[in-house]
Design a protein around this ligand. Sequence first.
Ligand code: 13P
Length: 255
Amino acid sequence: MNKALRTPVIAGNWKMNNTPDETKALIAEMKPLVAGADCKVVLCVPYIDLYAALEAAAGSDIEIGAENCHWAEKGAFTGEVSAKMLKAAGVPYVIIGHSERRQYFGETDITVRNRVRAALNEGLKIILCVGEMLAERKADMTAEIVSAQTEVALSGVTAEEMKNIIIAYEPVWAIGTGETATPEQAQEVCGMIRALIARLYNSEVADATVIQYGGSMNEKNAAELLAKPDIDGGLIGGASLVAEKFAVIVEAAGK
Ligand code: 13P
């Protein structure tokens, strides 16, 4: 299937930034800038900001997501939030398996898989993050690491459920460093992920799956990355905290 038949998704990952009031102000600033976008626009925000974000984005083209969710429906998991709670709050998207969760909070391929299962059970749309560390790239292990992360996270996910999965390829060495993967490096891995999905499911599922690049994507390099055949969008950190920069990336995705 032609790339043009997939709707690009530009998602902001605000990480641990913005209070509820700052959330409302930034979304109000973004709304007119991204109105009528030719791609899907999602903002993933801290749990505490979700209601403010949903309220601020109501009636606009911006959809809201959380940055994580737990695998259990409820229980003794201090500090966690379940997929069921997100669903009940009216949150349509959730990021799962971000490298910062893997690096700093003990997230493993198995816990990522469990969270994916919980989110799918609630009908949430998932942005599933995969990506290699610098040492792994240097050791020529990128394909192996990214394939294993993807395959484990998707184990038990049906072809039908793949409609609710977006995969974000985020090389860890490119996150927050200003060092972006070259369009060729990003394309190589995104293409490899699509081939893996074709093997795990079939070419129809692979052709329909949105695969994003993330890692220092910004208003200057987005167009070149998004022009690649297997890059269907971006997961944006720093540049999603500045309305004008984010709007330029959204614009680039629609072209
Ligand atoms: P930066 O765009 O700040 O590099 O962050 C990327 C990221 O981690 C998005 O999830």
